[in-house]
Ligand binder design. Structure first.
Ligand SMILES: [Zn+2]
Length: 453
């Protein structure tokens, strides 16, 4: 019998604080030894010479929408797409039907997802004005975090500052994690009413509705509440911050001791209003893409440490639902396409273009999200004792996303046709190969449910 199940040898290990050549030894799904070269025998040895070996990426904000929207995605396809992107764990965020809004619904969702995941997964429960008092019960039932809004999106009612204060105090009591979509409801509504009254249907209407000030105002007010009401080990992640002002306000709250963090997505580091002007409903996400120039500022902020995690906000509606938006931007839903599949590649491509480093990515794609959701160092680390979640990356490989060729049901991405340099070539979840060279080889059911408690 072999001493180890797996040895990944010869690769450059990249962590947030180091990069060194080593062999990772795996037994029973965990990393049991890291040594300069292979020591002892293994069932399987992988030669990662010339490649980088990183902790599996963690997508802490994606919408698989299962159950509820079978036309958009299902859990096996969505987690298969994750494996292709080097993700070894995903956190599914509410957009389910029926909503996950009670402890009973959390238990039902756990049972529903059993046997469906290709990679490991957790999921969040939704907090609305009617269930703020139930958050501890939802947390205890296994929700990895609590998702809430300050703005009405997808017909979900927003929380007002008083309700947020109550939520933060409750979460401080049990050490819960919260993800918040922060745009000011009254500003977005007022913009919408004025724009609709003009009869305009052009693409830029979307940006004029979801303005920078709508995000700034909400981030500012939520930070103010958090500075008083949120105490560690509870923590709050601001979802998809799209402009530097929000990042700076969150940083200021951190300096004052509030346990708050900023998330963004690859699309806020690559797409601008020019893309919205050209592609309209195919890049209609909220908050919106910003003015050219903002993207460069966002990369600067990322390198200054003001961005703490990168997620996909995967929302893969099929083309049939989006096409009506080409004539009337109001007529199509918010989308990001099969973003779970392309988001990590955008970040690797950013490294290829010299915009940031692989070490920074090790923090914001792996360690950071695992820390924010209480999964670190079981997830998000290449160290002895951690789950053997590994992604082998070839920074020399260029791949182009193509319409109709996604693993995700969505069938398209916001970056189709754009060559991206730097690609995951192998993904291991707890020591088992789930993706290799363009093929998802993992089976639904290998992925295990995770939560922090
Ligand atoms: Zn989202």
């Amino acid at each position: 019998m072999s001493e180890f199940d797996l040895i990944v040898a010869g690769g450059q290990i990249v962590t947030p604080h180091s990069a060194y050549r080593a062999a990772v030894h795996v037994k029973g799904g965990r990393i049991v030894r890291i040594a300069e070269s292979p020591e002892g025998s293994a069932e399987k040895t992988v030669d990662a010479g010339g490649l980088h070996v990183m902790a599996g990426f963690l997508d802490a904000h994606c919408h698989i929408m299962d159950p509820g929207y079978p036309e958009c995605e299902d859990f096996a396809r969505g987690t298969g797409a994750a494996a292709k992107a080097g993700l070894t764990c995903i956190l599914d965020v509410p957009r389910h039907q029926p909503p996950i809004d009670s402890a009973r619904r959390v238990e039902e969702q756990r049972a529903y997802l059993a046997g469906k995941g290709v990679v490991d997964y957790g999921f969040m429960a939704g907090v609305y004005p009617y269930n703020v008092e139930d958050v501890e019960a939802m947390w205890r039932a296994g929700a990895v975090a609590l998702k809430c809004f300050t703005v009405e999106i997808h017909e979900t009612p927003p929380l007002m500052p008083g309700q947020l204060q109550r939520l933060f105090r409750l979460a401080s009591g049990f050490g819960g994690a919260i993800l918040i979509h922060a745009e000011d409801d009254s500003v977005v509504r007022a913009n919408e009413a004025l724009l609709r009254a003009t009869g305009r249907k052009d693409y830029l209407v979307h940006a004029e509705m979801h303005t920078r000030e709508a995000q700034e105002l909400a981030v500012d007010s939520v930070c103010s509440v958090a500075e008083y009401a949120l105490k560690p080990p509870a923590r709050l992640v601001f979802a998809h911050i799209s402009a530097p002002e929000g990042l700076r306000r969150i940083h200021k709250a951190q300096m004052r001791g509030a346990p708050v963090y900023a998330e963004t997505m690859g699309h806020y580091l690559t797409l601008t209003l020019d893309d919205l002007r050209k592609k309209g409903p195919w890049v209609k996400f909220a908050p919106t893409a910003r003015e050219p120039g903002t993207v460069e500022e966002m990369w600067r902020c990322l390198n200054q440490g003001l961005i703490h995690q990168i997620s996909s906000d995967h929302a893969p509606q099929p083309g049939r639902l989006i096409a009506p938006g080409e004539k009337d931007i109001w007529a199509s839903p918010l989308v990001t396409g099969a973003n779970i599949e392309v988001n990590t590649r955008l970040m690797l491509n950013g490294v290829s273009e010299g915009k940031t480093t692989l070490q920074r990515l090790a923090q914001i794609l792996s360690a950071g999200p695992a820390q924010h959701y209480g999964l670190y160092p079981r997830k998000g680390a290449v160290q002895v004792g951690s789950d053997a979640d590994l992604v082998v990356v070839d920074m020399g490989r260029t791949e182009t996303m193509e319409r109709g060729k996604t693993v995700s049901k969505g069938g398209w991405t916001m970056h189709d046709g754009k060559p991206l340099k730097g690609a995951p070539v192998m993904t291991f979840v707890r020591g088992r190969l789930v993706y290799e060279e363009g093929r998802v080889v993992g089976e639904p059911g290998w992925g295990k449910f995770v939560t922090s408690h």
